[in-house]
Design a protein around this ligand. Structure first.
Ligand code: NAD
Ligand code: USQ
Length: 412
């Protein structure tokens, strides 16, 4: 094991859907992993009257199981990183981590649009969490690499005919007859209050990198699907969470779960949205690659598009429908988004670092279906339809129809 491998890594939000399998992978790779998580996601399940489709163990049971299975220690510290700045700074001073992986934000777009309280919580939580981390690193004077989980949603999902570049757009401007070439941050175009927090995070990264030379990698991740990794499968108590309800459930996992419990597949609008996807196993691999390939001090924020493929929502619905004989239905879109979009994404950097992507295959879809089947009795059908809408004038559609739904809110 190299000295590098023996280093401390802090995983903010390490009890969550992406953070848990990533923490396990990093621990298995030999990093000393400390999970910082205030367990708010578990409390949100209580608020929403729902629970993970998979029976996730309490955090202490998870850690004990990992110790038993691998002999590796994983620690958990309960800090609200948005509220308790002093404890976060004390932890950084104490551990002097090589890297902090930052998953610790409210990540559901529908939850962020539920009510003024949810909008304000999402902004307060996510912006303070990221700013506390950056400010705290500068206060300690430590040279810590921040690896942040951002989103493809910072770009919006249009392409203007080009592949969405990895963070920076080369432009030419003409001033007083002289041509200048420069890279600008790709114009932000958030589609929800949640996505907006990620565009604001990006601006904070730009500033702290410029002013204080904080080393930062921002991973613009697509929609994560799948449930387990080899590590979470090692013991039933290590199982990863599976969100299926209207706020936190994401599209492909939802469609697979719906097909199992006999609910129609809930395509919003025409299903014309094209989105970027990545399997949960690649999430963990990419974060590992990002830690192993940090930017130099003084280098600009490194931005990766953490995606492996793109798919149109209605194509995914058809695929799952054909695989499982489930009915596909179209619902009034609770979101304020385009009826159709094309999406092409540059993702060379991770491929160049050796990522061999896990892409959508029948086998992997079956794997998720199998998990959903095993725990189908934990599903509350009443929680499947999304009841958060992007605007008060958008109706909640609990019935759907067989035909694509082209209704859109008035945008003046
Ligand atoms: P999650 O909600 O399952 O996990 C987030 C974790 O952070 C939770 O365990 C929660 O308790 C913790 N947390 C939140 N606020 C905190 C605070 N103030 N202090 C301490 N802990 C806090 O979400 P996830 O799906 O694992 O997503 C993790 C990150 O990856 C998010 O930032 C999200 O934006 C990003 N991401 C997720 C996806 C996806 O499809 N799940 C896609 C792209 C990007
Ligand atoms: N959709 C349906 N039916 C459903 C659920 C969703 O048609 O039952 C559609 C939505 O209208 C949307 C698309 O599927 O067009 C994706 O929705 P989603 O809920 O799967 O994903 P999103 O809200 O974008 O958010 C998720 C994660 C978020 C992450 C983001 C990456 O929750 O944390 O940032 O994916 S990305 O989409 O690339 O920006």
């Amino acid at each position: 094991m190299s000295a590098n491998r023996a280093s401390n890594v802090v995983v903010l939000g390490g009890d969550g859907f992406c953070g848990w399998p990533t923490s396990l992978r990093l621990s298995r790779q030999g990093f000393n992993v400390t999970i910082v998580d205030n367990l708010v996601r578990r409390k949100t399940d209580v608020e929403l009257g729902t629970k993970s489709l998979t029976p996730i163990s309490p955090i202490d049971t998870r850690l004990a199981a990992w110790q038993e299975v691998t002999g590796q220690d994983l620690c958990h510290v309960d800090i609200d990183i948005a509220e308790d700045y002093a404890s976060l700074v004390a932890l950084l001073r104490d551990l002097q981590p090589q890297a902090v992986v930052h998953f610790g934000e409210q990540r559901a777009a529908p939850y962020s649009m539920k009510s003024p309280r949810h909008k304000r919580y999402t902004i307060d939580n996510n912006i303070n969490a990221t700013h506390n981390l950056l400010c705290g690193i500068v206060e300690t004077g430590l040279d810590i690499h921040v690896v942040h989980l951002g989103t493809m949603g910072v770009y919006g999902y249009g392409t203007a005919g080009l592949k969405i570049p990895e963070g920076y757009l080369p432009v030419q401007v003409e001033a007083e007859g002289v041509r200048h070439e420069m890279d600008i941050i790709y114009p932000p175009n958030p589609g929800s209050v949640y996505h907006m927090t990620k565009t604001l995070d990006a601006l904070m990264f730009f500033y702290y990198n410029k002013n204080d030379q904080v080393r930062i990698t921002d991973l613009h991740q697509g929609i994560v699907w799948g449930t387990n990794t080899a590590d979470t499968l090692a013991d039933e108590r290590l199982i990863n969470r599976f969100d299926y309800e209207g706020d936190y459930g994401t599209v492909l996992n939802r469609f697979l779960m719906q097909s199992v419990v006999g609910h129609p597949i809930t395509v919003y609008g025409t299903g014309g949205q094209t989105r970027a996807f990545i399997h949960i196993r690649d999430t963990a691999r990419c974060v590992n690659l990002a830690i192993d390939n940090p930017p130099e001090r003084g280098e600009r924020v490194k931005i990766f598009n953490q995606v492996t493929e793109t798919h149109r929502v209605r194509d995914l619905a058809r695929l799952v429908g054909q695989l499982t004989d489930a009915e596909v239905r179209y619902y009034t879109n609770p979101r304020n988004e385009a009826l159709e979009n094309d999406l092409r994404v540059e993702n060379r950097q991770f491929l160049d670092l050796g990522l061999a992507p896990v892409t959508l295959s029948e086998g992997l879809l079956e794997e998720v279906i199998e998990v959903a089947r095993r725990y189908a009795d934990r599903c509350d059908p009443a929680k499947i339809i999304a009841d958060s809408t992007w605007r008060a004038d958008i109706p909640v559609d609990r019935v759907g129809s067989q035909e694509p739904n082209r209704w859109q809110p008035d945008t003046g």
